[in-house]
Design a protein around this ligand. Sequence first.
Ligand SMILES: Cc1cc2nc3c(=O)[nH]c(=O)nc-3n(C[C@H](O)[C@H](O)[C@H](O)COP(=O)(O)OP(=O)(O)OC[C@H]3O[C@@H](n4cnc5c(N)ncnc54)[C@H](O)[C@@H]3O)c2cc1C
Length: 451
Amino acid sequence: MRTSLSGWGANKWVDCELAEPETTDQLSKWIDPAGTIARGLGRSYGDAALNGGGQVLGMARLNRFLAFDPTQGRLTCEAGVSLEDIIRTFAPRGWFPAITPGTKFVTVGGCIANDIHGKAHHAQGSFSNSVEALTLLLASGEVVSASREENPELFWGTMGGMGLLGIVLETTLRLRPIETTYFRQEAHPARDLEHLLDILAEHDQTYAYSVATLDVMARGARLGRGVVTVGDHARRDELPPRLAKAPLALGGPPRVAVPVNLPELTLNPLSIRAVNAVIQQIQRHASPFGHYEAFVYPLDGISHWNRGYGRRGFTQYQFVIPFEAGVPSMRKILDTLLSEGELPFLNVLKRLGEQSAGHLSFPRPGYTFAIDLPVRAHTPQLLHRLDTMVLEAGGRIYLGKDSFVTPETFRAMYPRLDAWLQLKAKYDPRGTFTSDLGRRVGLVAGGCAGG
Ligand SMILES: Cc1cc2nc3c(=O)[nH]c(=O)nc-3n(C[C@H](O)[C@H](O)[C@H](O)COP(=O)(O)OP(=O)(O)OC[C@H]3O[C@@H](n4cnc5c(N)ncnc54)[C@H](O)[C@@H]3O)c2cc1C
């Protein structure tokens, strides 16, 4: 089916030939050798799951559970299964995704391709830590298994490999045992950046989940004023009687929806100020227990919130800089970002832990900051300026959110790129797996699929 597709940021729309197989047999037969890319639930912000002028393989119908071992919490499933599917089925039985991003509307295949991280990265690592094995459809048509022991180079090249080495068909994941679907949580106000980073560091050892939100109106000496929220899975015996009646309760559907095509002024500075104030208000007065919907997935409560940015869409800028780069680098980058006069809807700051062995995996030890920005004429220039600052600080940006990084900058940020490109040449010499992002940043040779 010919259709126009975009990423979650809706800042670029391209015509693609969308095929949505229901069986792996169909998938293998339908692959367009001229160029194709897998697409999960389209939650990457930029062009990772787009292939302008060529084929896109929608994976969401390949969403069957294949085996579950309830003694170990080991789940084998097709790659189009979403974290929402996993939670609905397994949370009532006492299991939760071991690693999750800030939305549950993502597929397991998408989580692997971005080696996603969550609020607990400093304690639990990235998604690859929960993956035991996968099967991959290669450009040759061969289906191979990969794990830490079997074809390890393919396994690690696929973790963060943006779907460009092959299509993940199935995977075996370890789920996390939980006694309740609630989180024990605390909120700590911070007066400035130094204070905020100190609070985050102080709680690194005591809480698995931690994240900070900045007050974007605070500048100068007050830059970095905000709230740090920390928490962990609550045990059954900790819950108050009101919650203990249904300790493994599931959440409901989204409470609010943003209608299609809001005018661009809807998220104007005033409304964004109001939204930020409300979020901070909620966090300051948070009760000691939060349901997973509110604690892990607050944005999932508003469906299609990405439409609030209007027709030109938005981007999310996420970078990480090493701890050694220190507070001055962080302050300089934040100052530049926040001085642009654009007041973001969402911002998140946290500490990341150990790096995985994925060649192109984003997380590394350091401070990460993510911020939504509406796309304007000057946005690419601003982000290129920021990229230079991030690079000078020894950091990098996250491809899962990116729409603008140049191939030169990307290369400088990812030292294991050449090793990954050798895998690409070995397993996909003709560039069958290709995407707008792959061509833009130099992960595949240009010119495929009309790109
Ligand atoms: C509200 C929100 C919060 C988020 N929070 C976080 C966060 O906290 N941490 C974080 O790391 N990310 C976060 N993200 C980003 C999101 O987790 C990733 O972009 C994720 O990859 C999206 O999964 P998806 O199924 O939508 O994949 P898509 O966006 O559709 O595709 C992403 C990539 O996966 C590839 N892919 C998909 N399926 C397969 C497959 N079967 N085989 C091979 N490749 C495949 C695609 O080719 C593409 O390169 C967030 C996004 C949103 C919208």
